[in-house]
Design a binder for this molecule. Structure first.
Ligand code: SF4
Length: 218
């Protein structure tokens, strides 16, 4: 099986040609100012996040792990998730609100261990499909690597810069299937060497590092 990275699926979902250029052609394109900015922003936020608690994500008991290396033998994919939040198993009162209605007795329930992937993204346009599919990939790899039930991570977060916003994302069966489908399509492209169609988001092409190799987009 051809080994891929989780970020390959993000590129593929946004623009198939980006992945073609990255994997098939030795262009040696230098880092663009936008790429450099994104990389520095991710490093800066990792430093900032180390001083914060999981409260920002609505998970006050969460422990944080940064730069978690993940691998799935089943899917043939590797990746590094920016941040993993882990809420350990614990007893929690239910219902959670302060004054339950008369007749509703408060009980203690054993809440299972919960794990959430967090991805840091520098984007002006908010969270898009390619970010969600990438996050689903991290969730699937986390489940496999940490011995969690497949499909049990139902939520992830995108930490959006420069807005400094945390966006909760639902990671359902549909988006997981999209991640797996993209892996198949990427491997088919690498095997057949077929040049893919350009992105539908042509507004991004002028800033793309590969624009000089895509003669039909401007
Ligand atoms: S120039 Fe446009 S179509 Fe070509 S790789 Fe970049 S984003 Fe994709």
């Amino acid at each position: 099986m051809i080994e891929l990275r989780v970020s390959d699926v993000r590129h593929w979902t946004f623009c198939r040609r980006v992945l073609w250029h990255r994997l098939m052609m030795p262009h040696g394109v230098p880092e663009t100012p936008k790429m450099e900015l994104g990389r520095k922003a991710e490093l800066a936020v990792a430093r900032l996040e180390k001083r914060r608690t999981g409260k920002r994500y609505g998970l006050s008991r969460a422990e944080r792990r940064f730069g978690v290396a993940l691998e799935s033998k089943r899917l043939g994919v590797r990746g590094v998730c920016d941040l993993v939040l882990e809420v350990p198993e614990a007893d929690e009162p239910w219902p959670r609100f302060k004054n339950p209605p008369a007749g509703l007795a408060r009980v203690t329930l054993r809440a299972p261990r919960r794990v959430y992937p967090v991805d840091v993204k520098r984007t002006e346009g908010g969270v898009s499909k390619h970010h969600v599919v990438q996050l689903a990939g991290y969730a699937m790899l986390l489940e496999e690597q940490e011995g969690l039930v497949a499909g049990s991570i139902g939520t992830g977060f995108v930490y959006v810069l420069p807005a400094d916003d945390v966006v909760a994302v639902r990671l359902d069966e549909r988006v997981r299937r999209e991640f797996e489908g993209a892996l198949e399509q990427i491997r088919a492209m690498l095997t057949t060497e077929r040049f893919p169609e350009p992105t539908r988001h042509r507004g991004f092409c002028p800033q793309c590092e590969f624009v000089n190799f895509c003669g039909d987009v401007l």
